[in-house]
Design a protein around this ligand. Sequence first.
Ligand SMILES: Nc1ncnc2c1ncn2[C@@H]1O[C@H](COP(=O)(O)OS(=O)(=O)O)[C@@H](OP(=O)(O)O)[C@H]1O
Length: 304
Amino acid sequence: MSWEEMKDLQLEEKPLPLETKELNGILMTKMMSDNWDKIWNFQAKPDDLLIATYTKAGTTWTQEIVDMIHNDGDVQKCQRANTFDRHPFIEWTLPLPLNSGLDLAIKMPSPRTLKTHLPVQMVPPSFWKENVKIIYMARNAKDSLVSYYHFSRMNKMFPDPGPWEEYIEAFKAGKVLWGSWYDHVRGWWDAKDRHRILYLFYEDMKEDPKREIQKILKFLEKDISEEVLNKIIHHTSFDVMKQNPMANYTTIPTSMMDHSISPFMRKGVPGDWKNHFTVAQNKDFDEDYEKKMAGTTLTFRTTI
Ligand SMILES: Nc1ncnc2c1ncn2[C@@H]1O[C@H](COP(=O)(O)OS(=O)(=O)O)[C@@H](OP(=O)(O)O)[C@H]1O
């Protein structure tokens, strides 16, 4: 069943929001935890490409860039379906008759581009066995938190984020879906030299999309003309993607994602955290951050 057909369903009657359940110390939806064997045994193929992120790091942006690259800048081809149907979300399982990313991924013909928010230690082992190429996009903690907070307000499938002050504490403690931001970005950083992982930063992409897209092209061993590159930069800019129904999640029924509360394509900038954190919250956050990020070479920019 397509998402368009689902719009006609009385989704208010469906059991949403999804319940949560921890697995290996990571908060997941109950459906993900209950389907874990199927997720863990997912069969990757050598020509898959995996886009991995902590949620709200610029996943959809990376997906659109990669799809434009794979389709030589043909916008029409990239309009064939929603990003989440073009690039199945491998751990995402939903009650029937809703589409589960996992089932879409299994059915999809090769070559596949797949999406995950899993922490590195929970990525199905077949991805490592098949030496799959992975693009990891990371975003600074404060902007990730802000984006995640607003997304949790509008996404009725996620637990209610509660008041802002409480959400900051939940994020710091990793008591949010897909667990700790700190462990996620660090785990993938440590894994990057042992596998075929291109580790990118949201802030860098925003600062110089041309430079960052060229890194992706090199990683994918793709050559495109300057004209196509410029087309990709334009088509994947925030303003254009915000208007693109195949990338902005507006095809999802309002009962599941309510863009009037906060749009999926919200602000798309580094530094919006400054409009949210009080001076005291910022100080507390930074002190805790130093402890959690001690000993790593991984650094982030919180503005550009
Ligand atoms: N093209 C482009 N340029 C700049 N920023 C962009 C772009 N596309 C998406 N975004 C912003 O990325 C945030 C959504 O992140 P994700 O796509 O990772 O969300 S999800 O985890 O897949 O639900 C969300 O960030 P916030 O605006 O800060 O909430 C989106 O606006």
